[in-house]
Design a binder for this molecule. Structure first.
Ligand code: F0G
Length: 360
């Protein structure tokens, strides 16, 4: 039997940077690429969902954290630091524990989901709530990493991008070639950068040719209240219910634009309402529970479809980046905002039958 060994061992030949590094892994990657029938029907294409919420800490960050932490271990680091809207901090904390390092995380006060906060604390990170937004947290983290003996494990660390590019490899390995279109949420823009790098490296036209005969269009989607790349300027006070992508000045801005332009793709914005509609569609129609930011990829696909711009029959992959249990409160409201309260019954089968509509 073949047991999945984590992205560094599975893709060692394509991760030269990691050569000779001790492997710090929680066996991340190898996530399902789920055929999405209802989604396909709605947009008239062949849609798959790459379910990154099934990584060890519940988000795609683990792909980049195994590589970043292994590189940190390689040069003898004892401590790591990151800025985070939540998922990076959860992942860094878990992998630092695995590596036997200490971990400090800087998060925007009051703006990270409870699940992520508790993960960072559970794994023993030192957590600072900064009176500012993610962009402020990243500025402070960068300064600390320059001045003190602590490794920065945000996606500005090239090892993060190396690990995250393996998601593209998995998509091509599963489908037998690259899809026509790849949809992603965009926050700090590291992930769209990494996917595009992965697709290029797996393409037969590249320096070390791989199994893909073509390249996908990269379609990135930002939240409307935090859409600097779409607007063409930084957003000072980014705001969205999708707290994971509440970012006003993405570190990999230029690389995201390059991914868009080189692939003939697009980067657009979607409203919180659209994000929540896609979130509900995934959970109620596809059986896939994601956190709101993750649903931006699907919300974006719906938007492009509504504009009549999804090529009929195209093969499309939507990455959903984080698990629904990270930030579960959004499922407990109707589309109009009213709270959903579970029906209460006495210990009685007849009452249950009536409540369930089996009997009147
Ligand atoms: N989706 C989720 C669930 C995320 O946590 C993030 C980023 C993104 C999408 C966007 O990815 O930044 O590479 O464009 N979260 C970071 C964090 C910022 O701190 O956890 P990106």
């Amino acid at each position: 039997a073949h047991l999945w060994r984590g992205v560094i061992r599975e893709y060692a030949a394509r991760l030269p940077m990691l050569e000779g590094a001790p492997v710090v892994t929680l066996q991340e990657g190898g996530t399902p690429l789920i055929p999405a029938e209802k989604l396909s029907e709605r947009v008239g294409a062949e849609v798959f969902v790459k379910y990154e919420g099934l990584n060890p800490t519940g988000s795609f960050k683990d792909r980049g954290m195994t590589t970043a932490m292994s590189m940190a271990a390689k040069h003898g680091a004892k401590a790591v630091i990151c800025a985070s809207t939540g998922n990076t901090s959860a992942s860094a904390a878990a992998y630092a524990t695995k590596a036997g390092m200490t971990c400090a995380v800087l998060v925007p006060e009051g703006k990270i989901a409870m699940g992520k906060l508790s993960q960072a604390i559970a794994h023993g990170a030192t957590l600072l709530q900064v009176e500012g937004n993610f962009d402020d947290c990243l500025t402070v983290s960068r300064k600390l990493a320059e001045a003190y003996p602590v490794d920065l494990v945000n996606s500005v660390n090239p090892a993060r991008i190396e690990g995250q590019k393996t998601a593209s490899f998995e998509v091509v390995d599963a489908l037998g070639d690259a899809p026509d279109i790849h949809c992603l949420p965009v926050g700090n823009a590291g992930n769209i950068t990494a996917y595009w790098k992965g697709y290029r490296e797996y393409h037969q036209g590249s320096e070390s040719p791989g199994p893909a005969t073509r390249l996908p269009q990269m379609w990135g989607f930002q939240a409307a209240g935090a859409a600097p790349i779409v607007l063409g300027h930084p957003v000072d006070e980014p705001d969205t219910i999708a707290t994971a992508i509440r970012i006003g000045n993405p570190a990999s801005w230029k690389q995201a634009e390059a991914a868009r332009d080189e692939s003939g793709g697009r980067i657009e914005s979607v409203t919180d309402e659209q994000i929540l509609e896609a979130h509900r569609f995934l959970s109620s129609q596809e059986g896939i529970f994601v956190e709101p930011a993750s649903a931006a990829s699907v919300a974006g696909l719906f938007q492009v479809h509504a504009a009549g711009q999804v090529p009929p029959g195209a093969r499309i992959v939507c990455t959903v980046t984080g698990h629904g249990l990270k930030d579960p409160q959004w499922a407990l409201r109707e589309a109009d905002g009213t709270e959903i309260v579970p029906v209460k019954i006495p210990v009685d089968a007849y009452s249950a039958a009536v409540a369930l509509g089996f009997d009147s």
